[in-house]
Design a protein around this ligand. Sequence first.
Ligand code: ADP
Ligand code: MG
Length: 338
Amino acid sequence: MHIKPLSEDLRNKIAAGEVVERPASVVKELIENSLDAGATEISIVIEKGGHQLIQVSDNGGGIAPDELETAVHRYTTSKIETVDDLFNINSLGFRGEALASIASVSEMQLASCANGDGGFLINIYDGEAGKMEPSEPVSGTRIDVRNLFYNTPARKKFLKSQRVEFRQIVQMVKRYALAYPEVAMKLIHDEKEILNLQSESFKERIDNVLDPTYSQNILEVNSLKGDFSVSGFVGNLNLVRSRPGEQYIFLNRRFIKHRLLNNAVYSAYRSLVKRGEYPFFALNLVQPTDQIDVNVHPMKIEVRFKDEWRLYHVLKSAVEEALETSMWPMNGFSTKMR
Ligand code: ADP
Ligand code: MG
């Protein structure tokens, strides 16, 4: 056996194994790119649960024509340059591998218009970019991803039904819709409008994304402890569910999953809910970037903190404060309130 370098295409497909699990992961990466590009409007068009088409268009800064092809290479990014930058991440992306990974397992078209140029596009097939062509005008960038996993049948086999994959996409879009209420977002599936969100406040966004009754049942959280802040909303007992799913923690505007931080919130509810009951919360944590490492996994949903127990306590007391002032104003709380 000889040791040989893997081809670029093979490297991308291996990376795609981590970044592109299913249609929802493509949606995630494309929305993040649009947000990083400063978009104020993002439109997501899906066909057949993402099996057939995932298209994300934005009105962000766009990609210069001579950089279109570079954008789909692996480890090419406009977001970081030095190792120091890696510990001071202010964008959602920084690894420079999403477009390359997605392009290696789909048919991709990348159309963009930067600094008022006319708009150009490239088609990427099997990881190879074709010639650049003029495109019809786009207001920023539009990326079409077709036939996901057409060239990796083993992966394609694991795709679930269109309905199940679409449900995952909706979940994903909701996370970003909640994290960026000032950004207008539209989601269309098989020509049906699923979400059409205007720029709005966080509270209005919660109503429009989750349910119009939510704003009547949420309590505001607002706390600043040194360089760490917590803001957002937690649900009252009307929004307690027997299954998890509506617990949102955003760290510096990135949706994260962190068991200890979730537990911090649950423990603030300790005497109010039973085991196996899950309150609603949507909380924005802000912390200096040098206290955090998001480069744990390519999907960046896991985060490491310098001092996670400090966060635990700050978060817990922030939520307790909100619950106490709003729910226990009159001498004690009783479960009869439910
Ligand atoms: P990363 O986001 O980690 O930098 P990606 O592979 O997702 O890597 O994207 C590569 C580069 O392509 C980005 O750094 C950015 O410069 C450019 N890009 C991708 N999508 C967009 C977009 N919607 N608008 C503007 N630029 C984009
Ligand atoms: Mg990216």
